[in-house]
Design a protein around this ligand. Sequence first.
Ligand code: G6Q
Length: 531
Amino acid sequence: MANTWRSIDECKAFAGLKRLAESPFDLTANAALSPERLQNFVCKGVEFDLLYACQRVTPEVLDGLQSLADECMLVDQFKQMREGAVMNRLENYPSEERQVLHTACRDIFSRDPACEAASNQAKTELEKLKVFLHELDQGLVCNASGESFDTLIHIGIGGSDLGPRSIYEALSAYKKKSRGVYFISNVDPDDSAAILERVDLLRTLVLVVSKSGTTLETLSNESMVRTALKEAGLDPARQCLAVTGESSPMDNPDRYLRSFYMYDYIGGRFSSTSMVGAVMLGFALGYDQVLEFLQGASLMDEAAGEKDLRKNLPLLLAMLGVWNHNFLAMDTVAILPYSQGLHRFPAHLQQCDMESNGKSVQRNSRQVQIKSGPIVWGEPGTNGQHAFYQLLHQGTEDVAVEFIGFRQSQRGKDLVIQGSSSQQKLIANLLAQSMALAVGKDDENPNRRFSGNRVNVILMAKRLTPKSMGALLALYEAKIVFQGFCWNVNSFDQEGVQLGKVLAGQILSAMLVKAGGESVAAAFLKAAGIK
Ligand code: G6Q
């Protein structure tokens, strides 16, 4: 079926925005950041407010971005996606041809879910998880000596690691005191060895997460841990759990104490609200907290269905990103959370965004004619201020910044030193950075000049909780999906990671064979022993 989707450069509104981009709003002009502007350029969304006064936009630009969003039918496409349309496809060539239904994992609260079949599957898996967690709490699931499990090792990589890991770090303030989670992802044997040194295997459950059930790194790490269990005289089938695709090679109940499913229509990098993230989160925090997390995500998905850009936080964030990237020529986006809990969140977004929208071919299989996904990176503030912010303020690269902040700390433990608490210092720094980047500062010494007009937004919420974390995750997922629609790319496949995997296989074979007839430059000079 041919589609009628188009990319933003094929829209009528594109030329008008190009003209407006020739003289964008000057944030450095006298009183440009007036109290009225700071007040008016706020979008109130689920859990988060988006403060966007420090963008180079005017009401006219916002109208243009609204027209682009309408012409590209962004909200309609989002709705079709949630209802189960086959969005993971390319015209005229073989492709994955799948539905894209990560939103169904949290569409479990409404009587009228967007895609009933997928929501029912999500509910079934959640029910299995609820039962399992109850059995754990009741001591019905225990080790060979009748003791409870207090540790979980989560083994997975890419989408089966980054999202869950960043969520665990974000929410570990709420974890059960007696429980902890460790992650193993890298095939570097030091990764698993270091974790195995730290845990008491007798009290440890091992969760192996792989949608395909074939990923080299994950299977190697699973073997490392199973071997360690056996060496400790323990039965892996009693301590290993699986999250995998139905009928994958890992879908084998004999090898695992319990198996949970994720489905074909959930992409790895969008899988955090499926069992991929839920099992680990349930173990650490409990089932009710999993539901709160899912509820935050579900509310954000609902809110993303609003057509008015000024009232739709994910759509607005996406279109401001498009304005900065395609009209103001900013190549990179820095995600800077002023929250230690979110210290792995930029790494998750790096994958979710760049693997989704780092594409050069449109869904109609033609080359893209404008830039698609930007480079995404980031670290928490205030640490970053003492590191790379120099470039943000005075470098020759223009970076679009997305700050994330919370009015309250998670743990509530703080101290007033020199008249202010650490949380107040944290927030003051965030707001100061936002202003300084936007307004700049003149000085007769050129080395002390700040050009200003360095654009940024602030996502501000009350507190980082399971619910706000779910909302934040879904906000960025929706932003990424909306932007992919803008560039008319298929945000849901990842052909770009295949070639390296194939070559790694060839090089590995060459390392293992004595006399090679191999090439790939003689299996890269015999696996870089060189000689
Ligand atoms: C994500 C990608 C990729 C994937 C990993 C792990 O969208 O597809 O990062 O998640 O390669 O795959 P498995 O879960 O199949 O082991």
